[in-house]
Write a protein that binds this ligand. Structure first.
Ligand SMILES: [Zn+2]
Length: 84
């Protein structure tokens, strides 16, 4: 598992489950952080920018301390498919 870029607190909420009391969050992994052979864990592509997204879960009782997946995806739909 990669811990690169974990110092960055820049992530956004992409969806929220009010009953489970957590949010899905996403951080931008810029092209400069993505190595040549790192691609979307599901479809094997990259974003048009050359970067990827790392998604994670932020629990309501632990704000600002999200658990990142440790996997990169090009889109939320790829992550949803990967984990479904
Ligand atoms: Zn993908």
């Amino acid at each position: 598992m990669s811990y690169r870029g974990r110092s960055s607190k820049q992530y956004v909420q992409v969806s929220r489950d009010p009953f489970a009391r957590f949010s899905i969050i996403r951080r931008n992994v810029p092209k400069s952080e993505v190595t040549l052979n790192e691609t979307c864990a599901w479809c094997g592509n990259k974003r048009r920018s050359g970067g990827l997204f790392e998604f994670g879960v932020e629990h309501d009782d632990r704000p600002y301390r999200p658990d990142f997946d440790g996997q990169f995806f090009c889109s939320k739909s790829c992550r949803d498919t990967y984990y479904s």
